[in-house]
Design a protein around this ligand. Structure first.
Ligand code: UT7
Length: 337
């Protein structure tokens, strides 16, 4: 059989979230906000905050270890590692290399990061699929791991209420079976709108200095209203385009798993697609926006809750800084619990 005929499916999934919960009530003692405002405008009630020294590579390693355990596999069985993150442990080396060492993966495998902010997990899935279909890699760990608490300005009420920390991982595997796993996808980007959601300092263009630290250049900044507008439009369009590409109607999709950014964004996307919110599972209330970790966290929960079943069509869709976006249609292959 030629490798071009291989399909790629999610063999197992695992997640890890930090212990510490930060509630809206507690946030209201830090900035001028309220539980009512945050819940009404975003749907978020609490988020998880990583402990000092608990980094994306640590959370990602725990999520990946869980996926491997569920698959009944060991680190030696992994042929490729891709980490999606916008909050890498350090500027270099990659979080993937740090995670590789922590998990004890083999040294003869490629390990690298994908930088596409909240769309990172969807981007990484596609990169993995294309590398695997060549036949060179049988099993890949794709990890979304974020510590957004480290880039949030805790005095900026317009952003600090929205984000949280966590990690999710999937173990992808190739199979000669047809019409299973990752069926079709779409990725896009618009760098002309980079400044809508960005971190101005700390990179090579503006290395950290005493002045940049004083001016808060190392914090995430966002034009929430504009980002909201773009998010609804491109997430709905991405779903429609990937469904058309796969010749699938939205009624045939059992579950939509969107990037968990804001419940009002999810409602607007569902409404544009003419799909009921009962097919849009969400855990935003408990985790907030965890960027590249949000889709695997929501996917794992929907599967563990018994919503997603073997053979279901699932459409995941993301949007984030860049701007970036992406959608993947997959046929679920029941993974071990
Ligand atoms: O992962 C992808 C990236 N992020 C997103 O998808 C986020 C997209 N954007 C959003 O989710 C929403 O735009 C927000 C939740 C960020 C803001 O909601 P909004 O309905 O667009 O509110 P707004 O920015 O228009 O602010 C309305 C009011 C303003 O007061 P004035 O000017 O009307 O007096 C804000 O200053 O709410 C005020 N406000 C707050 N009040 C209490 C902003 N943040 C807060 C806050 N608590 N935390």
């Amino acid at each position: 059989m030629s490798s071009a005929e291989l399909s790629v499916f999610i063999r197992a999934i695992g997640v890890h979230t930090p212990e510490r919960k930060l509630t809206n009530a507690e946030l209201s003692t830090m900035v001028d906000t309220s539980d009512e405002w945050i819940k009404t405008r975003s749907g978020i009630a609490e988020r998880r905050i990583a402990a000092p020294g608990e980094n994306p590579s640590d959370m990602g390693a725990k999520a990946a270890a869980k996926a491997l355990e569920r698959a009944g596999l060991t680190p030696a069985d992994v042929d490729l590692l891709i980490v999606a993150t916008m909050t890498p442990d350090v500027p270099f080396p990659s979080t993937a290399c740090l995670l590789q060492a922590k998990l004890g993966l083999r040294r003869d495998i490629p390990c690298f990061d994908v930088s596409a902010a909240c769309s990172g997990f969807v981007y990484a899935l596609q990169v993995a699929k294309d590398m695997m279909r060549s036949g060179a890699y049988r099993r890949t760990l794709v990890v979304g791991a974020e510590k957004l608490s480290s880039v949030v300005d805790w005095s900026d009420r317009t952003t600090c209420v929205l984000f949280g920390d966590g990690a999710g991982a999937v173990l992808l595997e190739t199979t000669p079976e047809k019409n299973v796993g990752l069926l079709g996808n779409l990725l896009g980007a618009d760098g002309n709108n980079a400044e809508l959601l960005h971190c101005a300092g700390g990179g090579s263009a503006a290395p950290a200095t005493a002045d940049s630290l004083r001016d808060g250049k190392h914090f995430l900044r966002m034009n929430g209203k504009e980002v909201f507008r773009h998010a609804v439009r491109v997430m709905a369009e991405s779903c429609e385009r990937v469904l058309a590409k796969c010749d699938v109607r939205s009624e045939q999709v059992a579950w939509f798993i969107p990037h968990q950014a804001n419940s009002r964004i999810l409602e607007a996307v569902a409404s544009q697609l003419n799909v009921g919110m009962d097919r849009f599972p969400s855990n935003l209330e408990r985790y907030g926006n965890t960027s590249a970790a949000s889709i695997p966290l929501a996917l794992e929960e929907a599967w563990k809750d018994g919503k997603i079943k073997h053979g279901d069509l699932v459409l995941i869709v993301a949007f984030g800084a860049g701007l970036t976006w992406g959608a993947t249609l997959l046929r679920w292959h029941e993974p071990p619990r």
